[in-house]
Design a protein. Structure first.
Length: 584
């Protein structure tokens, strides 16, 4: 057994080393692929064909599922009649949740494929319109809370170079730390940007709401940028005419790209994750004139913001929630697929997790509010509600996917062991519960493969999607806790996502990912031992295959963490050198 576990560990590490050497080390230029804007006929045909693939897989799944449905119905009936003992009620509950998760994932991914189809077939770039001589005034706000002064210089240094005749730019300062506040004010003074101080109420929405009445003046539009975004000079000149042409438009949203996408493996995976939104989903929403507000890199009509009472302060995802209220009131919005500002992604895995924790908590709260408005009698169009439930429920569906990836295997082992005892893995005959595994995983494979095919046809590298898969797998514990918090209560305290490396104090043994990896190593090694030494049932090889994939995914935790420690150490040395040079 020990030898088998050791051999299994070597196989996992060898596969990880091959991915690093052959896949992850070469540069991939994610931003350059985005700028090329590929829309080939092959892409359109593939997205259309995938609807057929999903339909065939769904029918196939239901045929396989018939013995399981019969089995599950018998178990549920027995449980309802109280003719069960031991763990049977838990087993039945697991089956019910399994079915719910499967259909939740199916509906979510069918919607995703529809969005991809609409993006490739219906989205068109907005036209380049001339700016009127009497250009309307634009108010630019850059909210700052305990930000790094060097990062802040990116936005403040570029805001004065805008090619637009009528605008006023302000740094909305609400830092909690007096030292950070003083440093950021000094940067603004040096770069000639006015500073407006507001009381810190714990969230970005509060800072923007408090600043707007004092600063709006005669401004017709408001533009919001994050502190790390370097703004291109043509941003306002190209975006404002789109709003001027159509009084029914509330805002125009533009993408968020990372200038440091190749700095670390974490930033590369995070940049690839952004492309799944900005290079497909947002195009579809833009084609429907219901683009989401993403918190930065947009120009908004102040009248539209006033009509919904300002930024929503019930959630840290104030951007998504506010755009929902605008669309519910009949306002429309556009997505302009052109990068007018380039930001900085999190360089460490812990910084990425902090960002994802905020997004998962905030979006789950948004999903809860949207659902309460749909089912609580509010006059919200069903189509609009479904679209926002889909967008804000991404993290909930991620948990459902994690459930589908693990629980069928656990249920199978549970029942097999209960029936066959120690010889469970030697029984060749199929049992009804075995169909749980066989019926779920064809759908799981079809769902998982589509983004790879779709994004590859858009020009992105497969290896970046594999790297992202490893990062997302290790973020599942973060999603679990964040979604529970979002469901349990409304979190309003805004956490700043660090753009520079954090000093990592948590050793490996204090992270859940380490223990998940250890459990997978033991499980995979045990299955490998069975397959290597016994004439096992075929389903054991299926278990071994999926366990290997999960183990390989969680093994990425170590390369992300080691890379993050390297970056943090470099920044610490650079900071020490700056202090020494300053003293000298």
């Amino acid at each position: 057994m020990i030898l088998s576990i050791a051999l299994y560990t070597v196989l996992v590490l060898a596969a990880l080393a091959a991915l690093i050497l052959l896949g992850y080390k070469p540069r991939t230029e994610i931003g350059a692929v985005f700028e090329r804007y590929r829309r080939t006929d092959a892409l359109r045909r593939t997205v259309t064909a995938w609807f057929v693939v999903m339909a065939v897989v769904f029918v196939f799944v239901q045929v396989l599922r018939f013995p399981f449905i019969k089995y599950a119905a018998q178990r549920i009936a027995a449980t309802a009649a109280l003719n069960t003992t031991g763990w049977e009620p838990v087993h039945v509950l697991g089956l019910l949740v399994l079915v719910l998760c499967e259909y939740a994932v199916l509906m979510h991914w069918l919607m995703y494929i529809y969005y991809c189809w609409r993006a490739t077939h219906r989205y068109q770039l907005p036209p380049l319109l001339p700016l009127d001589d009497a250009a309307p005034e634009v108010l630019i706000l850059i909210a700052c809370c305990d930000e790094d002064p060097e990062i802040l210089a990116r936005s403040l240094g570029s805001v004065g170079k805008l090619d637009y005749p009528e605008y006023r730019a302000y740094l909305v300062e609400n830092s909690r730390s007096p030292e950070k506040k003083a440093a950021c004010v000094a940067v603004a003074d040096r770069l000639g940007v006015a500073v407006h101080h507001v009381v810190n109420r714990g969230h970005k929405a509060g800072a923007l709401n408090d600043a707007l009445p004092d600063l709006r003046g005669a401004a017709k539009y408001i533009a919001v940028f994050d502190v790390d975004h370097e703004i291109k000079p043509v941003a306002l000149r190209e975006l404002v005419p789109l709003l001027e042409r159509d009084d029914g438009l509330a805002f125009v949203q533009t993408p968020q790209l990372y200038a440091n996408a190749e700095e670390t493996w974490t930033t590369r995976a995070a940049a690839m994750q952004e492309m799944l939104l900005y290079d497909s989903v947002m195009e579809a929403k833009g084609a429907n004139e219901r683009a989401l507000c993403c918190g930065s890199n947009f120009v908004m009509r102040i009248e539209a913001l006033d009509s919904v009472g300002g930024w929503d302060e019930k959630t840290v995802s104030e951007d998504l929630m506010t755009s929902f209220w605008m669309h519910a009131k009949g306002w429309r919005s556009l997505y302009h697929r052109k990068a007018f500002a380039i930001g900085m992604g999190p360089t460490t895995v812990h910084g990425y997790w902090k960002q994802q924790r905020r997004w998962a908590t905030g979006n789950t709260t948004v999903a809860k509010i949207v659902a309460s408005n749909i089912f609580g009698g509010a006059r919200v169009p069903v189509k609009l509600g479904v679209e926002y439930l889909w967008s804000s429920g991404y993290y909930l569906v991620t948990l459902a996917l994690a459930y589908l990836a693990t629980v069928p295997m656990l249920l199978l082992l549970f029942v097999r062991f209960g029936v066959g005892g120690a010889d469970w893995y030697l029984q060749p005959e199929m049992r009804p519960i075995d169909y749980v595994y066989l019926s779920v995983y064809p759908l799981y494979i079809a769902v998982a493969l589509f983004p790879y095919v779709h994004m590859r046809l858009r020009g992105y590298s497969i290896r970046n999607l594999v790297l992202l898969q490893g990062l997302l797998a290790n973020t599942i514990p973060v999603y679990v806790t964040s979604v529970i918090k979002g469901l349990w209560k409304n979190i309003r305290l805004f956490e700043v996502a660090p753009k520079t490396a954090m000093i990592l104090h948590r050793p490996f043994w204090r992270t859940p990912q380490t223990y998940i990896f250890a459990v997978l190593i033991v499980t995979g090694g045990s299955l490998f031992h069975m397959a290597r030494t016994e004439a096992v049932a075929p389903f054991v090889f299926v278990l071994l295959f999926w366990t290997f994939l999960y183990t390989l995914s969680f093994a990425h935790f170590f390369i992300f963490t080691i890379d993050s420690r390297r970056v943090a150490a470099q920044e610490l040395r650079a900071e020490q050198d700056r202090r020494l040079n300053g003293q000298a």
